[in-house]
Ligand binder design. Structure first.
Ligand SMILES: *[C@@H]1O[C@H](CO)[C@@H](O)[C@H](O)[C@H]1NC(C)=O
Ligand SMILES: *[C@@H]1O[C@H](CO)[C@@H](O)[C@H](O)[C@H]1NC(C)=O
Ligand SMILES: *[C@@H]1O[C@H](CO)[C@@H](O)[C@H](O)[C@H]1NC(C)=O
Ligand SMILES: *[C@@H]1O[C@H](CO)[C@@H](O)[C@H](O)[C@H]1NC(C)=O
Ligand SMILES: *[C@@H]1O[C@H](CO)[C@@H](O)[C@H](O)[C@H]1NC(C)=O
Length: 496
């Protein structure tokens, strides 16, 4: 498992699944136990307008007044000037329209909260490029890609919305985000509590830094997911690394393995083999993140409970090396060929490589230093220790910068955050990122919501007939807290 594998994992974009008719029994159970607003209904049409706001490239220095256009989206079909609210998505590392498309939850609750929806794009992603095509050219152009600058962009944008949209000035804003966007939502509430009354931070690994959680926890959760889906599945995967190593000791074996895995480009040397193993590891990790209970489309279309499907092919660890890699191929095919379109497996093609991942790679080399490790015992991967020195060398080679591993803790408080208020941390037990998330209540208003059958920010996805009861409960609790914040806001307005 090289650094490459784990740098880009926060890129969890998931497309909404096709609507599926709801079984009658589930329907009955649902209406019995949940408020009517959570009964499955036809997908909401996502209609928004696109806007641009001129942002300072550097909020914290006065040497330059250069600006760039930050993109944001507004949907106000359900917004009410009387007693309404504004849900503000703190964009993460990608095109904001992706996040808008994949945050059906906000669309589903807009009417109930009389909410305007705003989706703000993170600088250096999508169209919000401070130096256009030169934004990733070198460390000088990348210098303004930090979480602090991004949060300042959100603050300036909210100020702008309050000034320019009649009726918005006296409304409660709530920050919402998933994954790195969830981290930003939480940090935004901590740093700018005067701009948002609260934050919903879904699948936000705000403790996946320094030694706040053990570096192995992430891959252990991936392994646990595979074990849940097939008792022998992790053992089969663990043995596959040795099988690959044995097979690739000579040219005949390299050829045999390339054939067995239907690789587009045959393996020729040990570097290729390492790359292959990284690519396979990344595939298992991605599958764990998107182990959703219904058909979905995560760049590649996937069946419901894809890990279960994968593990059907990985039931027997005690077969010949050749048979084992043939079974691994069938399992990989679930991820790469569910649509039946793949003619061969392309190890240059990863989830992250398709998305223009340069920005995140740079962020991981500066502020977002997340230690990961494996030991091959508590997880199903080859042992790999966390080596900050080597990590730093790689970063220096790639971006000419060195990571500051403790800065995020100095800036945002690490585990000492109990003085903050009104943040919901939601996590799915299936999500490897829950290992670095907050899964226990910190105070009355720093609340943890756990979703036993949830993968990566399942709660932010649109309602689906196959949603487990636990995610419906999580969503209704989230709405309950948001309504409370909104009531408190209007209550304190009246007192003024
Ligand atoms: C968002 O969804 C629309 C409608 O399904 C689709 O046409 C568009 O390509 C999607 N955009 C992104 C960036 O996902
Ligand atoms: C090459 O590796 C294969 C697969 O492990 C093995 O069966 C074969 O005997 C090896 N050939 C030589 C010449 O070492
Ligand atoms: C993908 O699936 C299609 C349809 O089942 C099949 O024809 C094709 O060979 C598969 N591709 C690979 C790489 O196995
Ligand atoms: C494999 O993927 C890479 C990156 O997307 C692409 O450039 C290349 O053409 C693909 N190769 C094949 C054989 O499909
Ligand atoms: C945190 O407290 C809330 C309110 O009491 C409760 O609903 C929730 O289950 C608690 N979370 C955890 C993880 O115990």
């Amino acid at each position: 498992m090289g650094r490459r594998v784990l740098l880009l994992l926060l890129m969890a974009f998931v497309m909404p699944g096709a609507p599926i008719p709801e079984p009658l029994a589930v329907k009955a159970l649902r209406s019995q136990r949940l408020s009517s607003s959570f009964i499955s209904r036809p997908a909401v049409v996502m209609k928004y307008t696109i806007h641009y706001f001129q942002q300072k490239i550097d909020h914290f220095g006065f040497k330059t007044d250069k600006t760039f256009n930050q993109r944001y989206l507004i949907a106000n079909q359900h917004w009410k000037k009387e007693g309404g609210s504004i849900l503000f998505y703190t964009g993460n590392e990608g095109d904001i329209i992706w996040f808008c498309n994949n945050t059906g939850f906000m669309w589903d609750v807009a009417e109930e909260l009389k909410a305007m929806l705003v989706f703000a794009e993170h600088r250096y992603y999508g169209e919000s490029l401070p130096y256009g095509a030169n934004s990733f050219k070198d460390s000088r152009h990348l210098n303004y890609l930090t979480s602090e600058q991004a949060l300042a962009d959100y603050a300036e944008l909210i100020r702008h919305l309050k000034v320019t949209i009649p009726g918005a000035e006296n409304q409660p804003f709530i920050a919402v985000g998933g994954s790195y966007g969830g981290v930003l939502a939480a940090w935004f509430r901590m740093k700018y509590p005067h701009f948002v009354v609260g934050a919903l931070a879904a699948s936000a690994p705000i403790w996946q830094f320094e030694d706040m959680v053990p570096c192995g926890v992430f891959m252990e959760i991936v392994t646990t997911d595979f074990r849940r889906s097939g008792p022998n599945c992790p053992e089969t995967i663990r043995r596959s690394w040795e099988a690959i190593n044995r097979l690739t000791r000579n040219g005949t074996g390299l050829h045999l393995l390339s054939e067995a895995l239907h690789l587009c480009v045959p393996l020729t040397n040990s570097q290729d083999v390492q790359h292959l193993k990284d690519w396979i590891s990344e595939t298992w990790v991605n599958l764990a993140m998107v182990d959703y209970p219904y058909e979905s489309n995560f760049l590649q279309p996937l069946p419901a409970w894809p890990v279960k499907m994968v593990c059907q092919y990985l039931k027997n660890p005690h077969v010949s090396d050749t048979q084992l890699v043939k079974n691994i191929f069938k399992a990989l095919n679930v991820y790469y060929n569910y649509s039946g379109q793949a003619r061969c497996l392309n190890t240059s093609e990863t989830t992250s490589s398709r998305l223009g991942s340069q920005g995140w790679s740079y962020q991981a080399c500066t502020e977002m230093v997340m230690p990961f490790c494996t030991n091959g015992i508590d997880d199903m991967f080859e042992p790999h220790s966390w080596d900050l020195k080597k990590y730093s060398e790689d970063c220096y080679r790639q971006w000419n910068v060195r990571p500051r591993a403790s800065w995020v803790t100095s800036m945002y408080g690490g585990k000492d955050i109990s003085s903050h208020t009104n943040i919901i941390f939601s996590n799915g037990d299936l999500d490897p990122w829950s290992g670095g998330g907050i899964t226990k209540n910190i105070s009355d208003t720093l609340v943890a919501i756990t979703i036993p059958e949830g993968a990566h920010h399942l709660d932010l996805r649109a309602n689906n007939a196959f949603d487990p009861m636990t995610v419906l409960l999580a969503r209704s609790l989230e709405v309950k807290y948001m309504k409370q914040w909104i009531r408190d806001f209007y209550g304190s307005l009246r007192k003024k």
